[in-house]
Every structure is written in C-alpha cells, then in structure tokens.
Write a protein that binds this ligand. Sequence first.
Ligand code: HEM
Ligand SMILES: *[C@@H]1O[C@H](CO)[C@@H](O)[C@H](O)[C@H]1NC(C)=O
Ligand SMILES: *[C@@H]1O[C@H](CO)[C@@H](O)[C@H](O)[C@H]1NC(C)=O
Length: 322
Amino acid sequence: MATPSSFSKAVLTWACAVLLIGCTSAQLSTNYYAKTCPKLFPTVKKTVHAAIAKETRMGASLLRLFFHDCFVNGCDGSNLLDDTPTFTGEKNATPNRNSLRGFDVVDKIKFAVEKVCPGIVSCADLLAIIARDAVEILGGPGWDVKLGRRDARTASQAAANNSIPPPTSNLNALISSFQNHGLSQKDLVALYGAHTIGQARCTNFRARIYNESNLDRSFAATTKRNCPRITGVGDNNLAGLDFQSATSFDNTYFVNLMRKRGLLHSDQQLFNGGSTDSLVRAYAKSQGTFYKDFVAAMINMGDIKPLTGSKGEIRKKCRRVN
Ligand code: HEM
Ligand SMILES: *[C@@H]1O[C@H](CO)[C@@H](O)[C@H](O)[C@H]1NC(C)=O
Ligand SMILES: *[C@@H]1O[C@H](CO)[C@@H](O)[C@H](O)[C@H]1NC(C)=O
C-alpha cells in the first residue's frame, strides 16, 4: 500500500504531467521510464561497456560530462549542444575546451535509445545513467539513478566559465563553489573521489609539480618526466589523476592525497591541513565509506535544478535543440 506521502507525491506528479501546471518541487524518480522505455538501462549499459572496452579512459570522460552539465545551470544536457554560427554553447568554455570528451559516445547511446523508444528519454537523463554505468563498469559502486529531467533549449558559455571551479582553486573556493550548488563539504570530498579515474593535461598541473612544496618527491620526479617545465612544451601530455591507479574506481585517490600525491593543486587542497582532512582520512581507510558517500553525493549533484514538467524539451539529438 502507498503511504500517504508517496500517494500525495503520485497525485502531484499526475497533476504536473496531465495539467501541465508549473510544479515548484521537482520530482525525479528512479522508475520514471519503467513503462515508457523498459529497455533503457540495458541499451545504455551495452554501449557504455563497448566504449570503455575500446578505451578505458572513456569511462572517466563520461563521468566528467555529468559533473560539467550539472554545475552549469543544472543537470539539463546544456553542455552537449554544439556551437553554430548563431549559437554559442558551452563546449568552448574555459573548463571544457580541448578537455571535455565523450560526445561521440553520447551520440551513439542516444541513437540506440531513440531506436527502442523514440522521443522519450532526455539527454540530461542519459548523462546521469551513463555516469552511473561508467563508475560501475570500472569497479565502483552501483545505485538507482533518479530520472525525469528534460533538456535545455539554451546553454551559457559565461555560466560554464564561472560555475566550474578551476584546478588552481584553494579549499575555501572549492567549498563555497559546492555550497553555491547546494552541496556540502562531504559531497565535495566524496565527489572529488571521481578523480580516482581519468587523466589531466600537463598545463593543468605544471605549476604544482614544479613549484609547490606539499608534494611527494618520487611522485614529482615521475610526473615531471612527461610534463616539461617550459610553458607551451607538452601542454597536452597526460598524467593519471590517481597516481598509478587511474583506471579502477577505488579509494587509492585518497591514500595518494595523504601521501602528498595529488596531481592538481585543487586535489591536494582536500588534504592540506584544513577542514576536509578528516574526510580524506576516512575515505582512505574505508572504501565502503567512500562508496556510500559518493553514491549519496552523485544523487545530490543529480538533483541540481532539473527541468521538469513542461520546461525544456526531449531532444532528438543531443547536439542540437529540436
Ligand atoms: C571542483 C572540483 C574539481 C576540479 C577543480 C576539477 C578539475 C579537473 C581537471 C583540471 C581535470 C583535467 C582536465 C584536463 O586536463 O583536460 C579533471 C578531470 C576529471 N574530472 Fe574533475 N574537477 C573537479 C571535480 C570533479 C567532479 C565533482 C567530478 C565527477 C563527479 C570530476 C570528474 C573528473 C574526471 C572523471 C576527470 C578525468 C576525465 C578524463 O580523463 O577525460 N571532477 N578535473
Ligand atoms: C569564456 O572564457 C573564454 C576564455 O577561456 C573566453 O574566450 C570567452 O569569451 C568566455 N565567454 C564568456 C561568455 O564570457
Ligand atoms: C614557478 O613560480 C615562479 C615564481 O612565482 C614563476 O615565475 C614560474 O613561472 C613558476 N613555474 C611554473 C612551472 O609554474
């Protein structure tokens, strides 16, 4: 039997859907497409699996897409829109240009999903499902993804420039950025654990490895080998964000932070004598605690300002508005 509160939620969802009234409390739910697209989850997972089998790093790139969507005016698929002569999207914003990747994989997934249930599933929701699948495939935890977001008909390069913190950020800036998105310090540290997978370009960590002192010597030596000191030389050379373990979704990222092996300035800020040290210690000690908090934080991040009801649209192609 439905409890009174889940019953009233059902009525509210019905009223939002049938009467198209503006609903202030966004209602995402894990069974949103159960009836309208029963093959959704296996269809997405198959393609994410194939993409990661082809290139392990793609799992990291796909996870990051969701973060860079949610932090810019909410989880609305805005970062997937291509620039056109009359439209400036977010792909060339400072944090994204020459960095964000995986758009072709999202296209493939959208194509496969459109084949089994055309016009039903938003690109914003696909990013949430893809992120979950990527984490799980690389050995991390699984969870039920909340769904029901619609796609933006707009994007904002200015917001993308301003809403995603740069890797030069200090702890206070990171905390206040996450706070501005309704996320706690625990969410911050747990979500940062995403840097247990994937890579960064020399240009983003050169200043740290050559100039900072809260740095392990052997880590610095190894990392310098592929990232020359001189600006402009080897700027795009890559290093793993999680030293020597950047392909499995584990808690070694936090162990490395405790050894002063954070790759980005902002990574090491999480363990540098400040208020987040204790969380880093807890996650380094217990992978289970990290997984539990990471899942909760991913769900919190996925709740950022979704478009629901009659707002936005269900895009046919993720790269352009209908
Ligand atoms: C505010 C904190 C964060 C900062 C400053 C930050 C910064 C960065 C930077 C600079 C890179 C490397 C980009 C490049 O060199 O091209 C990167 C990569 C990455 N970030 Fe973050 N990040 C943050 C939070 C997050 C969060 C919350 C997630 C996901 C939940 C995430 C997931 C990733 C992943 C998976 C990669 C690797 C991508 C790949 O290999 O393609 N990051 N991040
Ligand atoms: C975003 O930053 C880039 C520099 O990285 C700049 O060229 C662009 O004009 C900025 N966009 C807006 C709208 O401020
Ligand atoms: C290191 O710091 C010095 C002094 O601030 C600066 O001139 C130099 O460019 C920095 N080096 C790197 C690789 O960032």
